[in-house]
Design a protein around this ligand. Sequence first.
Ligand SMILES: Cc1ncc(COP(=O)(O)O)c(C=O)c1O
Length: 466
Amino acid sequence: MAACKLQGTIVRNQFIEKKVAPKERNSAVVQAVVTRDKFNVKIPQLATTYTPLPFTIPLIEKAKEIIVETEDTTSAGKFGRFGGKFVPETLVVCFNQLEAEFKNALHDDVFQAELATALRDYVGRETPLYHAQRLSEHYKSKNGGKGPEIYLKREDLNHTGSHKMNNALAQAMIAKRIGLKSVVTATGSGHHGLATAAACAKLALECTVFMAAKDMDRQSSNVRLMKLLGAKVEAVNGCFKDASSEAFRCWVGDLENSYHLSGSAVGPHPCPTMVREFQSVIGKETRKQAWEKWGGKPDIIVASVGTGSNALGMFHEFLSDTDVRLIGVEAAGLGLESGKHSSTLTKGEMGVYHGAISYLLQDGDGQIIEPHSIAAGMEYPGVGPELSFLKESGRAEFCVATDEEALDAYERLCKLEGIFPSLEAAHALAILDKVVPTLPNDNIKVVVNCSGRGDKDADIVFNCRK
Ligand SMILES: Cc1ncc(COP(=O)(O)O)c(C=O)c1O
């Protein structure tokens, strides 16, 4: 299969695709050339020194990074004008080492073989691409008998119940390979914490998970499971963003022994790239399974967007298939006008947070606006730099679903298909109500990423709907 070949230019916020000669395609990486004006970046928190990487960055086919050439500098980890590594100088060397270890692992056949075996035998991959017939019928019945065929990518069937395991296991293997003894991380919904706790148990690593106290309360079943797996779960005031800050602090206090295992597609380079790479198995399998099932590609792919890990895992494989529509769904919480939402790409502005440039929910002074969502895993005021770039380039579309719409979608999937989606995945399912009526009626295939299972959310749904 040809490597990703999105190539082009952004001129005044518009992505202009550059045609790639067929012979270049096998080695093409996602590449964009950006001509940009000087932009005003707000630097609200962690204001630190930006240290660009050396000028010559090899194009690494497997990493499929977006390499950006600006007028004056070239650096990895940039997606258009987003991304980068905004960290104190003392930490730059740590992130550079991590990048080197990541690239070594990507090119190490032994590591790749071990990971493939673990994904198959421990995680349970590949996950099915399930034809949701009754859900498809539901939409057809509202549309004069016509409508798309809807398929679910069943990431909820992974061991520990979500897509988070794909990345947690791979990064825990990297921690072990480096010779570190302990892992520190943060979780919102508890899915990433649970996946990390399981991977650490398997690999005999100590595990500490930071989690907002209110998330420990609403996702208590996952907290119990993490503890059973031997992880220490530390409560933090605030929400997922505060747990993330605490995990960073804890890691910085013990750089010698600990590994910071990022589960979200945010943070300084190489974190977003690593997470995307280890999640990209979702899209690769989907392409193969779509071919086996109907001899083509999906027409539309839908995924929820918290920070972007499951969306990018799905989208990345299809970036250069411009006939495949990519739709990301953010959490509109109590409504976009309420101010209580997590719709960063829809309502945010560019800024720097947790070590990278991305869209952010921020006020006029560049201070973070507290996000809200009924789904703990969607409640983050930022979003990954790569998704920020996909929005700006127009390659992916982004829309929103409210708490109520997600609750409806959760119940609908339970009743029609006997599947409990996590409330995060329910946001992606909810958007079908708006998208399906706009589609032409001829043989459209829609794939929704069912990123996690929703047992953890059963009490929330029950209490909201009783
Ligand atoms: C099952 C599930 N889906 C989606 C998300 C949203 O995060 P991301 O956008 O990184 O996939 C989370 C976050 O915790 C999650 O647990």
